[in-house]
Design a protein around this ligand. Structure first.
Ligand code: COA
Length: 286
């Protein structure tokens, strides 16, 4: 069942911009402005932060999937409500709108649970922020990705230029940003924007399978691992080596038994092989 997170004193027009449901450990969150191709307005940005807050530490949520209602994943920033109407309020309005959008993308980048972008359709400009914020990404082959900013006269801001060079090669990123041509899901996979592209009618099943694999893993190790992969990107080898030692030792203070159980089930019990799958978490502490 799809839910809207109602908040006392907040206009239903705002709370309705994001929908979610929780099913067997997976939180399915969706941009919910299909009539506006799920472009991100200040209202949507505020509501998305509330929904992320609501779901992050719940015991019944192990993985979060971000998708879009209707034909779009997200058509980027709302040119009317995010740009024109906030600019009309002066610099203060612009900065407030930036804080709200960049804020939930940053929150998502460092989310407690693993996150998956399920890109069902259009993904433009500002949409690259949440795309990169998600740990994994799967797209419909039919989806269209574009840095459309050049087509309406600005540079790919809001982190979009950075996301492009982080995810793909220099020549691809430059062509994409300068030409304003879209690529489909298959090309997005070849370029590294997403892990895989599949026909739209197979997308949800594949994402569910991936989420179910993640749900079997040790949650402390998942959080430590996803943060490590993001952090070491910008470190020298020696700094990364040091960071990883300390990150593992910090993770041990949250869960020192999981890895011992993982070793025991392999070496002593011979009940699984780490090279072929995860240990049985349910036996931990038994
Ligand atoms: N900002 C504001 N409104 C947007 C929007 C955006 N980024 N994207 C779509 N909309 C609105 C349209 O204005 C239209 O509103 P209306 O029904 O009140 O006229 C509605 O959403 C449907 O859009 P439409 O263009 O008719 O849908 P489409 O399916 O034919 O085309 C797109 C989809 C995504 C190709 C097209 O809407 C588009 O180019 N959007 C802008 C993409 C963009 O450049 N985003 C900015 C990145 S920062």
């Amino acid at each position: 069942m799809t839910n809207i997170l109602h908040v006392d004193g907040v206009d239903p027009l705002e709370t309705g911009t994001v929908a979610y449901s929780i099913d067997n450990g997976i939180a399915w969150v969706s941009f919910n402005r299909p009539d506006k191709r799920n472009c991100m307005s200040p209202r949507l940005n505020r509501q998305m932060m509330r929904v992320l807050d609501e779901l992050e530490f719940r015991d019944d949520v192990g993985v979060l999937v971000l998708s879009g209602e209707g034909t779009a994943w997200s058509a980027g920033m709302d040119l009317k409500e995010y740009f024109r109407e906030t600019e009309a309020q002066g610099l203060q309005g612009t900065r407030a709108a930036q804080r709200e959008s960049y804020g939930w993308w940053r929150r998502l980048r460092w989310y407690q649970k693993p996150t998956i972008a399920m890109v069902n359709g259009w993904c433009f400009g500002g949409g690259y922020g949440p795309l990169f914020a998600c740990d994994l990404a799967f797209a419909a082959e039919e989806a269209q990705f574009g840095l459309s900013e050049i087509n309406w006269g600005i540079l790919p801001g809001g982190g979009a230029a950075k996301v492009a060079v982080e995810l793909t090669g220099f020549r691809n990123a430059m062509y994409h940003a300068l030409m304003g041509e879209n690529i489909d899901g298959k090309t997005a996979a070849q370029w590294g924007f997403v892990n895989e592209a599949l026909p739209l009618d197979q997308l949800k099943a594949r994402v569910t399978d991936v989420a179910n694999v993640l749900l079997k893993k040790n949650p402390v190790a998942l959080k430590a691992t996803k943060d490590a992969i993001r952090r070491v990107r910008e470190m020298s080898y020696d700094n990364a080596e040091d960071y990883l030692i300390r990150a593992q030792e910090a993770a041990n203070s949250f869960d020192n038994e999981g890895r011992k159980e993982g070793i025991k089930q392999f070496i002593d019990d011979k009940s699984y092989k780490p090279g072929l799958g995860a240990y049985d978490k349910s036996k931990q502490g038994a």
